[in-house]
Design a protein around this ligand. Structure first.
Ligand code: SF4
Ligand code: SF4
Length: 478
């Protein structure tokens, strides 16, 4: 039977993000869309919508001020939305859905842009259980030694984290077992996690945890424990074969790629889904597509991190890819994704620290809801500032000390950053890594050194998500 095409809206709620090394906004809990129930009265189309054309007359539409992320409309739905250029009443299911997805807004609101909350329900903590590592990655910011965290320090760290969570009103704690290579001090990870579970249960705080590993020595007993304890596993993989090996060699100089792949396969064999952390540097920018292909082949979540300058080994800027090469390399990876469009949502993982699951004003939790504890129990604001402690775990309120710290970078809300406060992408980018911006520019109130790259890539990620929704999305009932 042929008939008039009806408005069709494709949308999917956010999924859990792939892990990264940083303290993401909202870390610790799956993002939950808080879409409003539309009220009666007159409604109008949100004026600043971003559009991307898709096949068969579909269009991806994105409200940079809304909470829904990317929505796909067919041609009649686009026409319906356009009809709201002049205020009207919601006159049926499709319009009602568009209002709920914040493509429509109550008429007469002028240019008011809703500001997302700056707070996070979760306190994230990095536990640097060892300063030792079996690799010598070229861009690593850890000045490695053979020192490890001892049990007394580790238990004090876990207690300080839960003390901070209670004192500052967090409902969830996310622990990152890290180093160095945390599997080199794995008995301590087991002990600390047991203690964290006890404290979480006693204080009614949700607990999530991830092990950040280089993947080269994942023993079956480690993998079984991770699976049984529901502790996530993040493995760093920067390229295929020599591309990975050139920046992630063993201490003796030989490449680690084959061992990492064996680690990934062993994890999968233990029913673990490892998250791949892919750091894109000047050495790997031309080869991002190949490692993204690997992730897609193995149906693994991944995160593209753009290299951030540090002060331990490489001279400033030495590992940061030239902007145009970086854009080309990442777009080549997008082309691979487009050719096979996975069911898994990727949009939050493709552009460095940017995330599209919930509008946010802070790029990360550094200085606000992030504690980094080194192997001696000293507390810093960011893992990349681990050599600059501010307090220690025996202090009454280490998070208070972190928040009060007035030197170095300031993690400002994006609305307070001169060049970002009028940017349409600001609640998804939030200005990028504040530490990188400070290291490169000496200022905290300016846009990211990667700004040009971000802005070049954002339209493409919106379109990619639209294509994914066309292939895998379920039409909303209208
Ligand atoms: S860094 Fe650039 S893309 Fe990000 S919010 Fe600032 S101006 Fe926008
Ligand atoms: S300051 Fe930069 S490196 Fe540190 S947690 Fe934030 S985004 Fe990550």
């Amino acid at each position: 039977m042929c008939g008039v095409e009806r408005p069709r809206i494709l949308w999917a709620p956010p999924e859990e993000r792939a892990e990264s090394d940083c303290a993401c906004p909202g870390a610790g809990a799956p993002p939950e869309p808080e879409l409003p129930e539309p009220s009666s009265g007159l409604w109008e189309r949100v004026p600043d919508l971003f559009w991307a054309p898709l096949p068969d007359g579909h269009r991806a539409v994105f409200n940079p001020w809304g909470r829904a992320g990317v929505v796909v409309l067919n041609r009649p739905a686009v026409a319906l939305l356009d009809g709201f250029r002049r205020p009207r009443r919601l006159d049926g299911g499709p319009a009602h859905q568009m209002a709920a997805l914040e493509l429509l807004r109550p008429a007469g609101r002028g240019d008011v842009v809703p500001r997302p909350a700056a707070s996070s329900p979760a306190l994230t903590a990095w536990l640097h259980v060892t300063n030792a590592c079996n690799l010598r990655c070229t861009y690593c910011y850890v000045a490695k030694t053979h020192e490890s965290m001892d049990e007394t320090t580790g238990l004090a760290a876990v207690e300080a984290i839960f003390r901070a969570a209670r004192r500052h009103g967090f409902r969830a704690v996310k622990l990152k077992y890290a180093g160095g290579e945390p599997t080199l001090n794995f008995p301590l990870v087991v002990r600390l996690h047991q203690h964290a579970r006890n404290l979480a249960s006693r204080h009614g705080v949700a607990l999530r945890a991830v092990l950040l590993s280089n993947g080269v020595a994942l023993r079956p007993s480690v993998l079984a424990w991770l699976r049984d304890q529901s502790v996530r596993l993040m493995i760093s993989l920067d390229g295929i074969g020599p591309t990975h090996d050139v920046q992630r060699p063993f201490a003796g100089g030989q490449g680690s790629f084959d061992r990492v792949v064996r680690g990934i396969e062993a994890a999968v064999a233990h029913n673990i889904v490892p998250h791949l952390s892919i750091t894109v540097t000047a050495a790997t920018a031309d080869h991002v597509a190949a490692v993204v292909d690997f992730a897609l082949d193995h149906e693994l979540p991944f995160n593209l991190n753009f290299y951030r300058d540090h002060t331990v080994r490489a001279p400033a800027g030495a590992w940061r890819a030239d902007e145009e090469r970086l854009i080309r390399g990442v777009r080549a990876a997008f082309a691979r994704i487009e050719a096979r469009l996975p069911r898994r949502r990727l949009i939050d993982a493709l552009v460095d620290r940017s995330a599209f699951d919930t509008p946010h004003t802070l790029a990360c939790g550094a200085g606000h809801h992030y504690l980094v504890v080194d192997h001696r129990g000293r507390v810093a604001r960011c893992h990349m500032e681990i050599e600059r402690p501010i307090a220690d775990v025996w202090a009454d309120d280490p998070l208070g000390a972190v928040r009060a710290h007035g030197e170095g970078f300031v993690n400002l809300p994006v609305d307070e950053m001169a060049e970002c406060r009028t940017c349409p992408w600001r609640y998804w980018c939030a200005g990028g890594c504040p530490l990188l911006t400070f290291r490169v520019t000496g200022r905290s109130d300016v846009k990211s050194p990667y700004c040009h790259v971000y802005r070049a890539l954002y339209p493409h990620v919106v379109r990619l998500e639209g294509l994914r929704l066309v292939k895998w999305g379920t039409p909303l009932p209208t």
